[in-house]
Design a protein around this ligand. Structure first.
Ligand code: SF4
Length: 358
């Protein structure tokens, strides 16, 4: 194995034992239980607090923002874990900025405007999700006002060179599924900062709600099917399974019409019990629609229903990334063309490394 070149894949599959220094965020939407590391030409969101990490051969002692990554006793590379300056500030109402939004990756500000989901306390909740966990631990405000998020985005842009914003959310019990809330936040951020904005949502009851996002300054959207294996989806994410893949296709198509090719994405999680073909053919389906398949390994978030699982192993992820990178290239897609969000951030998937190879 070319350890250095595919280091991102290996540390995302194995995790890093942080022996000294902050281990990163515990819960939240998206791949939590992890910490952001910058090294070589990439940036990686790496599991640090999940149970399986205890067995990782990788370890790190951080001195401030820097450390030396080791594989057993051998030095692998110097690694950075940036601590943003905007975390030192708070709003006029006394809410710390880092309870409103966090730095993701190198230059992406991310937040969950409403940190709840109608499925959280029901059997329908996505088993990999940790949206209710950071709220329980009091590390994030439950509801963030649009003007507060905009204020933090402005500070993050000035102090930490943030260049784009990701807004994600649990599902709300309204026909738009929360899109109106996201629109208001996007509009406030855009007015104050002009930053490119990415939002993520479940397919709404009516497609017209998506147009709202565009007129409120949203640049890219993520509509995440999570798995193309219907049996797996029914088990892991029952609410999404009920929506059905036809509806997802409809929403992806309309979203591409509105936001353009490469500006729409879907997470595909590897390691939920699906086979490689479902990931690869699912990626092909997305790419043919102009949707970027954001393939990543499962993150067993501490406190989530899947906390005792392990991520997909290195060999499997490498094999899948290699095939998906070709599909992406053939469709003319690339993380480099994305204006905002997870695809541009690229911290949670290692596809960027493989795009370089094709
Ligand atoms: S890829 Fe998305 S979820 Fe992952 S760190 Fe970046 S913005 Fe956050």
């Amino acid at each position: 194995m070319d350890e250095r070149k595919y280091l991102k894949v290996d540390i995302q599959s194995s995790g890093i034992r942080v022996l000294k220094g902050d281990k990163g965020r515990i819960g939240g939407a998206g791949p939590a239980g992890a910490k952001i590391f910058v090294f070589d030409d990439t940036v990686a969101n790496v599991p640090t607090t999940s149970k399986f990490v205890e067995n990782s051969p990788y370890s790190l002692e951080l001195e401030g923002e820097s450390g030396i990554l080791k594989l057993y006793d051998a030095v692998v590379t110097a690694i950075e874990s940036p601590v943003p300056k905007f975390y030192e500030f708070e709003t006029k109402a006394g809410i710390p900025y880092n309870q409103i939004a966090l730095l993701h990756g190198k230059d992406c500000l991310a937040t969950t405007p409403v940190q709840t989901c109608i499925y959280w306390n029901t059997p329908d909740r996505c088993k990999f999700c940790g949206i209710g966990i950071s709220r329980k631990k009091g590390t994030a405000a439950a509801v963030k006002k649009p003007e507060e998020i905009a204020e933090v985005a402005d500070a993050a842009k000035r102090l930490d060179n943030v260049t784009h914003v990701t807004l994600t959310m649990g599902t709300m019990r309204v026909a738009d599924k929360g899109i109106r809330v996201l629109s208001k936040c996007a509009s406030a951020i855009k007015d104050l900062t002009g930053l490119p904005i990415h939002v993520q949502f479940e397919p709404p009851d009516e497609i017209r709600f998506i147009e709202d996002l565009y007129s409120n300054g949203v640049d890219t959207v993520g509509v995440h099917i999570e798995s193309f294996d219907e049996k797996v989806l029914r088990e892991i994410s029952p609410a999404k399974a009920r929506i059905g893949s036809d509806r997802f296709v409809e929403v992806w198509k309309r979203s591409v019409e509105i936001f353009g090719e490469n500006q729409v994405s879907s997470f595909i999680i590897v390691g939920l019990g699906e086979d490689d073909r479902s990931v690869i053919e699912g990626s092909r389906t997305l790419a043919e629609l102009g949707v970027y398949p954001f393939v990543l390994s499962l993150r067993p978030i501490p406190g989530s229903d899947l906390e005792n699982e392990v991520p997909a192993r290195f060999e499997r992820m490498k094999r899948i990334y290699e095939e998906v990178a070709v599909i992406i290239k053939d469709a003319g897609l690339s993380w480099k063309r994305s204006k905002a969000g997870c695809v541009k951030c690229r911290a949670c998937s290692a596809l960027d490394v493989f795009e370089e190879d094709v």
